[in-house]
Design a binder for this molecule. Structure first.
Ligand code: NAD
Length: 254
């Protein structure tokens, strides 16, 4: 059992899905947790759900595509809890399905601003604190899409490939300064994001993908990603940095 007593974690996109599951897992391991999301009411409700169980939480309204809000998010976390040990940069959105020749500039900018620039911005301000402390662990959320191409999902996949590039670069820069940086690459995980993809008519495609390509023949659970993030932040992973860990039931092997 991992213990994070007296540690402080920050999770973005924490109102829902993988972010909430990871915030909950950090709290259960003993960490004080800052939950950030651009949906203010929802993130307050998520933080309250954990606080009602006796955990130390802080809800922060933050759009990760806005640098000033990201800087304020990190400052609020440190002001409340005194330090920053772990960050899970998870906030992300889907793109509108379109083949490369038809992608609109607006959709490209929207997805890149959240899924790639948002991760860069979070790392920038988190690393400023961790560099000063001389310790810390960051986990970025990439995707199976960060490792393979995607049919009519090029912008999302390009952003997630970019997350892996930033992970490896930051891992190199801070390897001797007590800071480790890794990313997770979830496959098909049942969250509100996959519910929305089903509602938008991608249900059959998801089901077929699961049956044909997932060796374990099932979707993943948010807790299975959360457990991987906690492992990567813990001392159990003390010699692991710059890595992309697939949490996908073996999908990436196909
Ligand atoms: P979700 O939609 O359930 O949760 C995403 C959360 O991020 C939401 O609470 C949303 O409000 C928040 N968010 C979105 N844009 C934001 C912004 N600009 N600033 C702050 N918060 C923002 O989705 P999820 O499935 O939990 O996805 C979480 C991460 O996992 C995403 O980065 C996604 O790309 C990645 N991922 C998910 C799957 C999957 O199968 N669910 C697979 C691979 C990767």
């Amino acid at each position: 059992m991992i213990s994070f007593e007296n540690k402080v974690a920050l999770v973005t996109g924490a109102a829902s899905g993988l972010g909430f599951a990871t915030a909950k897992a950090f709290a259960e391991a003993g960490a004080a947790v800052a939950l950030a999301d651009w949906h203010e009411k929802e993130v307050q409700a998520s933080a309250k759900e954990l606080a009602d169980k006796g955990y130390r939480t802080l809800a922060i309204a933050c759009d990760v595509s806005d640098d000033a809000q990201v800087e304020a998010m990190v400052k609020k976390t440190v002001a409340e809890f005194g330090r920053l040990d772990f960050a899970y940069n998870n906030a992300g959105i889907q793109n509108v399905l379109a083949e490369t020749a038809d992608v609109s500039r607006d959709d490209y900018d929207r997805v890149m601003a959240v899924n790639l620039r948002g991760v860069w911005s979070c790392m920038k301000f988190e690393l400023q604190v961790m560099r000063e402390q001389g310790s810390g662990a960051i986990v970025n959320c990439s995707s199976l899409g960060g490792l393979v191409g995607g049919n009519r999902r090029g912008t999302y996949h390009a952003a997630k490939h970019g997350v892996i590039g930033f992970t490896k670069s930051a891992a190199l820069e801070y390897a001797t300064r007590g800071i480790r940086v890794n990313d997770v690459c979830p496959g098909l995980i049942r969250t509100p994001m996959s519910d929305r993809m089903e509602a938008e008519g991608q249900g059959e495609a998801l089901k077929t993908m699961c049956e044909q390509f997932v060796p374990m023949q099932r979707e993943g659970r948010p807790e299975e990603v959360a457990n991987t993030v906690l492992f990567l932040c813990s001392d159990l992973a003390s010699y692991i940095t710059g890595q992309s860990i697939s949490v996908d039931g073996g999908f990436v092997m196909r």
